[in-house]
Design a binder for this molecule. Structure first.
Ligand SMILES: [Zn+2]
Length: 164
């Protein structure tokens, strides 16, 4: 078991978690709803586990070199390039650590500098939207929009993995 701690101040940012051998396949909407009746994004990792995402994740988003490419900038979400003919893709870091957002609820604080609206949850496209409550460092990006997965991605350079 491991816990994730803030690389800057050492504060504990997760409960004890068990590392999965790989990121599980992302599933479609599972019928769950939020407290307000909106659609709840499907979870990728189960409670008490985490996994490394080997693909680029999160901001910044850049135009894909192939204007015909129709891939997903955020899993489940194709984002058209507002300034060009094609789609945007993530040029964010590889190796983010994916945790179930409910597992870190109350252990992180929202980044007030990132304001985003989704239809049912936070899209997580405008940069790290979760801060360390100890020092204010940007540590993670939450995605909770219903078209994509329910995931908290810890930035690999912002956290340390410590054995619990
Ligand atoms: Zn910190």
């Amino acid at each position: 078991m491991s816990v994730l701690t803030c690389a800057a101040c050492g504060r504990r940012l997760s409960p004890p978690l068990c590392l999965l051998p790989e990121l599980p396949a992302r599933l479609g909407h599972d019928g769950r709803t939020n407290a307000d009746g909106s659609r709840h994004a499907p979870s990728t990792v189960a409670r008490g586990t985490y996994a490394m995402d080997l693909e680029p994740s999160g901001a910044p988003f850049v135009p894909h070199p192939d204007p015909e490419w129709r891939g997903e900038a955020v899993p489940g979400t194709i984002v058209l390039d507002p300034d060009g003919p094609g789609c945007l893709m993530s040029a964010g870091p590889r190796g983010t650590l994916v945790v179930l957002p409910a597992d870190v609820k109350g252990l992180l604080v929202p980044n007030s500098a990132v304001q985003e609206l989704g239809c049912c949850g936070v899209p997580g496209r405008k940069g790290p939207n979760e801060l360390c409550p100890g020092c204010g460092a940007e540590v993670a990006t939450l995605t909770a929009e219903c078209t994509g997965p329910y995931e908290t991605h810890f930035l690999p350079d912002a956290v340390r993995v410590v054995s619990a």
